[in-house]
Design a protein around this ligand. Structure first.
Ligand SMILES: C[S@@+](CC[C@H](N)C(=O)[O-])C[C@H]1O[C@@H](n2cnc3c(N)ncnc32)[C@H](O)[C@@H]1O
Length: 278
């Protein structure tokens, strides 16, 4: 960047774009140049580099996995919130889970949910609250897998500790039932209840890599993640989600994401909710 602390040429920006695309499938628009500079400046400072080209050399050499992780963590966008896109949670609690409860026989009371790109955990904990509030307390085997590429956000998710202002808009009933308030040094913080944490397994997973789990999942939440991928990458990912879902399983995507002309494996059920059809 001209006049900036570090040398950052057009060519360096293209290299950064290529590397993050190769590792994470993330496509960065031309307009992200300043954002890239801002997010990576700290990494260069910490590693004692003056030029982005030297930092890119290090990443491309491929033998510093820890720095590659820091690079990815710096470039991912992790914005999230409890009950973000509330209509998904209403649908889950009022329609989808009640239908499953009615449809499943005694021997098949098993539900598997995947929160893919879970960021700091608000999404899987919101799912867990709805599951606990809707399903009978005994007789059901429910598991939520929550994954993200970014190791920092995943550590926060696993701790389940949040600042008060992240939860302050939840209902009194939910706050009382699902969060423990911190005292003394922890005042101003809350921790998710064990009954929620027990449902969730957190794992680091790059959606571009092979996936170790066999599934099948009943539902997959992958919201506000594919917005960072190009259309061919989205097509491949949605195919893989379809392969891992049960017949007529559900997929939830983010408010600005659509499967239209990206895959034919899903039929729309309304506002960013899809059902596997092929
Ligand atoms: C904006 S957050 C969305 C969080 C949550 N799903 C929501 O809608 O509130 C996007 C998340 O996708 C993750 N992500 C980006 N590329 C990924 C990849 N290739 N594999 C797995 N996660 C990825 C980021 O680390 C980030 O935490």
């Amino acid at each position: 960047m001209a006049g900036g602390e570090f040398d950052f040429s057009d060519q360096d920006f293209q290299r950064v774009r290529r590397i993050i695309n190769e590792i994470a499938g993330i496509s960065m628009a031309d307009s992200k140049r300043e954002l890239v500079y801002g997010r990576l400046a700290k990494r260069l400072r910490q590693r004692g580099f003056q030029r982005f080209s030297d930092y890119c050399d290090l990443l491309e050499a491929g033998d510093d996995e820890a720095e590659q992780r820091e690079f990815v963590n710096a470039l991912t966008t992790n914005l999230t919130a409890f009950f973000r896109e509330l209509h998904h949670f209403d649908f889950l609690g009022k329609e989808l889970l009640p239908t499953l409860i009615r449809a499943r026989s005694l021997s098949n009371r098993r539900i598997r949910i995947w929160s893919a790109g879970c960021s700091t955990g608000e999404e899987p904990y919101s799912i867990a609250m709805v599951v606990r509030e809707t399903l009978p307390s005994v007789g059901w085997d429910v598991k939520i897998l929550a994954t993200d590429l970014d190791s920092n956000v995943l550590a926060t998710a696993e701790r389940g500790v949040y600042e008060w202002n992240r939860v302050k808009d939840l209902s009194e009933a939910r706050l009382r039932r699902w969060f423990q308030k911190g005292r003394n040094a922890q005042s101003g913080w809350v921790r998710t209840a064990p009954a929620l944490r027990d449902l969730i397994t957190f794992r680091q997973l790059n959606l571009m890599d092979d996936w170790p789990m066999r599934g099948p999942f009943d539902l997959i939440f992958c919201r506000n993640v594919v917005i960072y991928f190009d259309k061919p990458t989205q097509s491949v990912l949605f195919e893989r989600f379809a392969d891992l879902l049960i017949e007529r399983g559900h997929l939830f995507v983010g408010h600005s994401e659509s499967l239209f002309k990206v895959t034919e494996r899903f039929a729309p059920l309304g506002k960013t909710i899809y059902q596997k059809c092929l």
